[in-house]
Ligand binder design. Structure first.
Ligand SMILES: Cc1cc2nc3c(=O)[nH]c(=O)nc-3n(C[C@H](O)[C@H](O)[C@H](O)COP(=O)(O)O)c2cc1C
Length: 189
């Protein structure tokens, strides 16, 4: 059911790094994204796929992890993503990408969740460094990176009361808690 899939599709930041993700799986996920909505149907998004350790390491060091967890620099070796999908905007097709990359990232993550995988979308990217390291031509704007792997962490949804703290947190058992606003607080008319 779509509700179960959406609930299971939490941001994951710690993985069983030893569980590989095949290139074909990444291609299937982008094929889902390909069928998603696009402003004016321009379809300006392009993708770079990575599932091999050396390229993964290059991408990993350009990403910013969990800004709200101040004492956590990101997953250590052994708990890092097994794969990445870099979402690019092709400026020769469009100058503005509206929310196409958000839609595509969510579609990729839902597809990953259905396959027992999980991940995180990253806007926190050292874009210049990533561009340089992978030799991405200037016509492509780096929009988002989706990290993917076999999830290793437990994530629990909590209720966010009006005026409460929206920051996610981790408890002493390393369970990750994510507060969400109630339906009654977000439908305003
Ligand atoms: C557009 C966007 C960019 C994000 N960028 C990052 C990021 O750079 N690093 C990170 O660790 N999480 C990032 N996140 C994940 C959010 O922190 C996460 O969605 C939020 O904490 C709620 O958790 P949930 O996805 O499980 O509902 C991003 C999420 C979105 C939608």
């Amino acid at each position: 059911m779509i509700r179960d899939l959406v609930i299971e599709n939490r941001t994951r930041r710690r993985f069983h790094q030893e569980v590989a993700i095949e290139l074909e799986t990444l291609r299937e996920l982008v094929d889902l994204a390909r069928l998603s909505a696009s402003f004016g149907n321009r379809q300006p998004l392009k993708y770079i796929l990575s599932c091999e350790p050396q390229k993964n390491a290059v991408i990993f060091r350009c990403l910013i992890w969990a800004g709200a967890l101040k004492d956590w620099p990101g997953p250590p070796e052994g708990e890092r993503p097994s794969a990445y999908i870099i979402i690019l905007g092709d400026t020769e097709i469009a100058k503005s990408f509206f929310c196409d990359h958000g839609i595509t990232a969510q579609t990729i993550l839902l597809g990953a969740t259905e396959r027992g995988l999980g991940g995180c979308m990253h806007d926190g990217i050292q874009r210049d460094e990533l561009s340089r390291a992978l030799g991405i031509p200037p016509r492509y704007e780096i929009l988002l990176v989706v990290s993917l792997g076999k999830p290793k962490e437990k994530v629990v949804l909590e209720t966010l009361e009006p005026g409460g703290d929206f920051n996610y947190w981790r408890d002493s058992d390393n369970v990750h808690h994510v507060p969400k606003r109630l339906l009654a607080d977000i439908i305003i008319g």
